[in-house]
Structure formats: C-alpha cells, structure tokens
Design a protein around this ligand. Sequence first.
Ligand SMILES: NC(=O)c1ccc[n+]([C@@H]2O[C@H](COP(=O)([O-])OP(=O)(O)OC[C@H]3O[C@@H](n4cnc5c(N)ncnc54)[C@H](O)[C@@H]3O)[C@@H](O)[C@H]2O)c1
Length: 347
Amino acid sequence: MNILVTGGAGFIGSHVVRRLVNTYPNYHIFNLDALTYAGNLENLTDVESASNYTFIKGDITDVDFIDALFVEHKFDGVIHLAAESHVDRSITDPMAFVKTNVMGTVHLLNAFKSVWQDNYKGKRFYHVSTDEVYGSLGKTGLFTETTSYDPNSPYSASKASSDHFVRAYGETYGMPYVISNCSNNYGPNHFPEKLIPLFINNIIQNKPLPVYGDGNYTRDWLFVEDHARAIDLVFHDGNNGETYNIGGFNEWTNLNLVKLLCQQMDEKLGRPTGESEKLITYVKDRPGHDLRYAIDSTKINKELGWKPSVTFEEGLAKTIDWYLENEEWLSSVTSGAYQAYYKKQYQ
Ligand SMILES: NC(=O)c1ccc[n+]([C@@H]2O[C@H](COP(=O)([O-])OP(=O)(O)OC[C@H]3O[C@@H](n4cnc5c(N)ncnc54)[C@H](O)[C@@H]3O)[C@@H](O)[C@H]2O)c1
C-alpha cells in the first residue's frame, strides 16, 4: 500500500507518520509537506532513513504538482492533515486558510478521484478535522457526530468547508472517505505558538503567561499519541462515509490548566511552589472566542474500541519532560534554525 500523509512534518502529522512507518513495514509512507513555518523535519529524524518512508516537499495548493504526484505513486490511501492551523493567524490572514484548507483539500480530492476513476476498491480518503467546526457550547452539553456545524473563526470556517467538500465528494462521486473531528491536542513536538508549549517555554524563561480574558474558556485536551492511535484505527477500521469524534473527556478552563502546568513545572524545575503562577497575566480577549468545546467520543469508543491511554496529569508530565529534555529542539524552533534542516538534509 502506498499511503500519502499530508502535513506529516507538523505537530500531529509527525506522530501519525512515525506510528505508521514503525507499525506497518509493508506500507510505504509518503509524507507530503510544504514546510511552512509549522513544518519541522527535525520532528522525524528517528524515522527519516526508514526504507518504507519518503519525504516529499510540496504544496497541496499546486494543482499540477499534486496531479502528477498521484499519477506517479497511485496512493491507495490519503491521510490528510496539512492545514493552516492557528486560529490567531486566521484572524489576521483568512485567505491563507481558504487557500490551503479549502482549495488544497479540493485539489487532493480531485487528484484522488482522477487517479482511481471511480474504481475505489480498497481505497480511502481520510480527512482529519477539528471539533472547532461545531462552534461554541454553553456551560453544558457535548459535541456529537450529529451536532450542526456552526464555525466562528476563519480557521474553523475553512475546516468546516473542507469537511463539507469531502462529504460531498463521497455523496456525489462515491468516493470512500472517513472524517474525524478531534479536540485540542497537546504533547511533544508542538509548535510553541500554541498554549501549552508556549507556556512551558515562557515558564522556563521566566516570561509572562498571557491568558485571554478571564481564563474561563474551556477546552477538551487529548494527548497527541492517543490521537495518532485513533487516526490509525479510523483509517483501518472506520466505516466509509462516517465521521468519528475524538476527544479526551477531559475539560479544563485555560486558567486551571495553566495553574496545573505551573505546579508541575515548579516541581520539575525545583522552584518554590507558586513561583511560576506569579507569571500569569490577563490579556485582551481574542475576537470571536468560543466559550467551550467538549467532545462526546462514545461512537469511536463503542465501534472501534478506542479510548485515551493517559490521564491529563500523566500526559502533561510526559510533555513537560519532553520539552525539558529537548531544549535544543525548542531553541531551534524559537530561533528559526529548524527551517535550515531541509536544506541540510535533503538538498
Ligand atoms: N492541533 C490540534 O489541536 C488539532 C485538533 C484537531 C484537529 N487538528 C487538525 O489536524 C491537522 C494537523 O494539525 P497540527 O496541529 O499538526 O498542525 P500544524 O500546523 O502543526 O501542521 C500543519 C502541517 O501542514 C503543513 N502545511 C501547511 N500548509 C501546507 C500546504 N499548502 N501544503 C502542504 N503542507 C502544508 C505545514 O508545513 C505543517 O507541517 C490540521 O488539519 C488541523 O486542523 C488539529
């Protein structure tokens, strides 16, 4: 099987690529990534010389390139993660999100359709999406697979749009697809513009911890390796035309999360209890900020037997340990040096 993973140099994609390369020696895993600021091949140094792995630098918005790539490799399966993924960036530059998340997805669908010409036996297009497409919850309730879409940010609107296109290609052209909508991920290799790695880095450096609004925004957090395991499972065992919600049943307000992070960091850095919490500062809220996300992952649990393998406390401790042990990775990312890795390794 030739499997294309898009966005495999990013945070979640790199965990998916590693898992597939190590678990399925009989598959060939092609990692297609444009290496935007969020793509980092240093995430994959442990598998880069595996015989069943190939990295391809390329952009999913480049139609001719994508068409030629599908003709050349006749991918049996696509696991599509490439995206612009940061909500704050979508507020300042929505078009970049339309281009990659919507148009890029449609180019991939077209290329998949054109190469298999309706002969889809044993083929599958897997679109990886987010719980943010469902909009915001009030104080109660959970997102299920039948919750109506109600996106509030340009990021979530672009992901919602791409989900609709995937489903529409399934309905219109009979293309075999699966979609999953997952809650917030955390773990190793997370780019330090997102809350948890940003705050770990700031705590190490004794810099302020900027919390939006009153800190009561609530998210459901999932350890990234549990997400990668769910993606593997849905790709292999999910039913065509189905959506699976993936989440941790693990809700935290931003403020409580930051406090837990500060406590764990104080212990690990040998600082007096309460020291890191002094770094918390409250900053002006983000426009269109969703109050609460929470996923009901009963379906994937009942149908595919998946559930998270670590508690939040365990996952957070593993994550902090990884960042403390990989300060070189962190400084390479924060200094921008990681962007030279592709040139050094591949050119
Ligand atoms: N991070 C989360 O908490 C989360 C939760 C649910 C779903 N998701 C979804 O999972 C996917 C991966 O998220 P992530 O957090 O790993 O993102 P990320 O930003 O870390 O990685 C995205 C990757 O896509 C690549 N990319 C971007 N534009 C591209 C293009 N035009 N062509 C080819 N490659 C391109 C980047 O170089 C990067 O390697 C996204 O689709 C996102 O919507 C993320």
